[in-house]
Design a protein around this ligand. Structure first.
Ligand code: KMH
Ligand code: ZN
Length: 274
């Protein structure tokens, strides 16, 4: 079994300091959160840019500042920028970040309800738009799937040669309006992937650690972080992103799964080794 790649989703676009004061907003807070997560065992940082007051942005200049600052502190880490941004942003706005030519980015593979009146829109043409851009810029994509229909969309776009191998997926489960993160959901999704795919799981809220453990056992990879879940255990706020990463490392140890370094992660994912 490959070593375990841990991604830390340090901030997201929706969670706030009111939810958990450890959510990073400023460049300095993002650098510190990334560095601590890296020291704890994360090899990928899933990054959303924000302004100092917490407002999410896809502005390339803001991303550039944060991206460089994290790389200065953790030179070998993989930074995966978000092209999902925040609900309501247009695809042009969301794609601005790609002009900094990040090493890796998310590719959201379908539309879903996001609770209340919110809809996270990813039409087929949106997905093609983002995939084409990332292919041109040689950006490695992680295909975020919030339910099974999103995997089916990737299969369609693989046939059309829009989505290129090697395929790397992320199951983001437990979003209000998306698929839940029960064991049966995980098995169904994992068994629906094209052969030779790699995948990571991101359990939202209460699903974070149960899904992480399933992925550890079955040879998948894991994403944790305050973007997805603000608790270290039921009713207890996490003190930091790194505390969540540490908990995954303990689960990995329990199941004798070694943790991948950033270099090893690049090799596992078929990325150019930098
Ligand atoms: N903030 C969500 C609307 C991604 O990073 O690509 C979208 C999201 C997915 O977080
Ligand atoms: Zn995200």
């Amino acid at each position: 079994m490959d070593k375990l790649i841990i991604t830390c989703a340090i901030t997201g676009a929706e969670v706030t300091k009111e939810n958990n004061p450890a959510v990073p907003y400023t460049v300095e807070e993002m650098v510190n959160a990334s560095y601590e997560a890296y020291l704890a065992g994360a090899s990928i940082i899933h990054l959303h840019a924000r302004y100092d007051d917490g407002t999410p942005t896809q502005d390339k200049d803001r991303y550039d500042i944060i991206y460089r600052a994290i790389k200065e502190k953790c030179p070998d880490i993989i930074i995966q920028v978000s092209t999902g941004g925040a609900v309501g942003m247009s695809r042009e706005e969301r794609s601005d970040v790609l002009s900094i030519q990040p090493e890796m980015a998310t590719l959201d593979c379908g539309t879903l309800n996001f609770g209340g009146d919110e809809v996270f829109v990813n039409t087929e043409n949106d997905i093609i738009f983002f995939a084409n851009k990332m292919n041109q810029l040689n950006v490695k994509y992680e295909m975020e799937c919030f339910e099974k229909g999103h995997i089916d969309m990737t299969l369609r776009l693989i046939k059309k040669d829009v989505i290129k191998a090697p395929y790397h997926y992320s199951f983001v489960l437990g979003v209000v309006g998306g698929m839940t993160g029960e064991e049966r959901d995980f098995i169904f999704l994992k068994d629906s992937l094209p052969s030779n795919s790699t995948y990571s799981v991101a359990g939202v809220g209460k699903f974070e650690f149960s899904l992480a453990e399933l992925a550890i056992i079955h040879g998948g990879h894991v994403r944790v972080g305050l973007e997805d879940n603000i608790y270290i255990e039921k009713g207890v706020l996490a003190n930091s992103n790194s505390e969540l990463v540490n908990k995954v490392c303990s689960l990995a140890k329990k199941h004798n799964r070694e943790i991948a370094s950033p270099l090893e992660a690049r090799k596992i994912l078929g990325m150019e080794v930098k």
